[in-house]
Design a protein around this ligand. Structure first.
Ligand code: PMP
Length: 363
């Protein structure tokens, strides 16, 4: 196989509860997992019911074009169906973009401390990553615009960003889009968009109408509570959408996932409840960090990055001690943040269990 594939460092997912229970001799029921930015409310009841109705049809292939789901997305975001690409999670969208647009040796621009799948998707197609230094743990869009080279095909931007939780206000993104050459495609990854407070929301679909080189990426894994089902989607103008769909696997979103996603997209009550719970949990966690004198990065997502020590072994050490207490969080040394841990915001009692364990570990 190609050298650029052998050179890839695999994605490190959060440890599953069953594995931690076995490894540390703990009771599964007592383990708290705040490691993968999942929705602590579980999946919406509406999605469960929709899947039950779809269950008897599993001998049939899924709708390859996802008509009902695209219909729901179309109604929700006000774009025609030929502006939509469905993904097996939004990771699939991120990969499709690299696959469709980048040839071996060409470059892709993304930020330091940004989502791990950007380098992975780039490397998988033999692309060359141009990593732009972060500013205050977030994207430095001026530097990113300046870093675009003659052979750059793609730019990835996460807003809010994972794992740092930083947020770019609309005017900064608009100014950036205006500077990007027309032959460079921008993927604006909005996986955590639904957690933004109403006053921070912005109209990225209007940008898609303005820029034929923009892909907006969304997921049902976070605020919609369907991470295990793997549903994401892209919104872009038809020529770009057509390109993505040519290489998309025809049945990349399974039937249960399609049915559940339609229900979840229409479940505005669940979405509002998720956002409220997250805002409360954010206050709970950050109040504890402040009381403990721990530095954290102000977050706009459903997770918080907290600094747990000054030496480069701190993240790994505190992570291991937390695991022994039955609390799973996410070490971020692989992102170049060895003194930090990323904590997903959970239910109040889960947050409390984490805070108690952290106090014990750090005392
Ligand atoms: N983008 C960002 C910024 C993320 O943090 C994640 C989830 N870790 C994803 C995309 C992918 O999520 P999914 O494939 O579940 O849609």
């Amino acid at each position: 196989g190609p050298d650029y594939v052998r050179a890839i460092a695999p994605y490190q997912a959060g440890k599953p509860i069953s594995e931690v229970a076995r490894e540390f001799g703990l009771d599964e029921a007592k383990i708290v997992k705040l490691a993968s930015n999942e929705n602590p409310l579980g999946m919406p009841e509406s999605a469960r019911r929709a899947m039950q109705a779809a269950f008897d049809e599993l001998a049939r292939y899924p709708d390859a074009n996802g008509f009902e789901l695209k219909q729901a997305i179309s109604a929700r975001y006000g774009v025609p169906q030929d502006w939509i690409t469905l993904g097996n999670g939004s990771n699939d969208i991120l990969e499709l973009a690299a696959h469709a647009l980048v040839q071996p040796g060409e470059s892709v621009v993304y930020a330091q401390y940004s989502f791990a799948v950007y380098p992975l998707a780039t490397q998988a197609v033999g692309g060359r990553g141009i990593v732009v230094a972060a500013k205050d743990y977030g994207h430095d869009l001026d530097a990113m615009a300046a870093a675009i080279a003659a052979d750059t095909r793609l730019v990835y931007i996460a807003n809010p960003n994972n794992p740092t939780g930083t947020f770019l206000p609309a005017e900064k993104i608009a100014a950036f889009l205006a500077r990007v050459p027309a032959n460079v495609v921008v993927v604006l990854d909005e996986a955590y968009n639904e957690y933004l407070a109403p006053e921070l929301q912005y109209d990225s679909i209007a940008w898609v109408r303005e820029y034929p080189n923009l892909i907006v990426s969304r997921t049902l894994s976070k605020a919609y509570g369907l991470a295990g089902l793997r549903v994401g989607f892209a919104i872009a103008q038809p020529p770009l959408t057509d390109l993505l769909n040519r290489i998309r696997q025809p049945f990349n979103v399974n039937s249960l996932a399609q049915a559940a996603a339609v229900a979840a997209l229409n479940d505005t009550e669940f979405l509002a409840r998720s956002a409220r719970l997250n805002a409360d949990g954010y206050r709970q966690l950050t109040a504890a960090f402040e009381a403990m004198g721990l530095e954290y990065v102000p977050s706009f997502g459903n997770f918080v990055l907290v600094r747990v020590g000054d030496d480069d072994g701190a993240g790994a050490r505190v992570n291991l001690a937390l695991l022994k207490q039955g609390v799973i969080v996410r070490p971020v040394a692989s992102y170049g943040l060895p003194q930090w841990l990323r904590i997903s915001i959970g239910l109040p009692e889960e947050n409390e269990a984490f805070i108690a364990a952290l106090k014990k570990v750090l005392s």
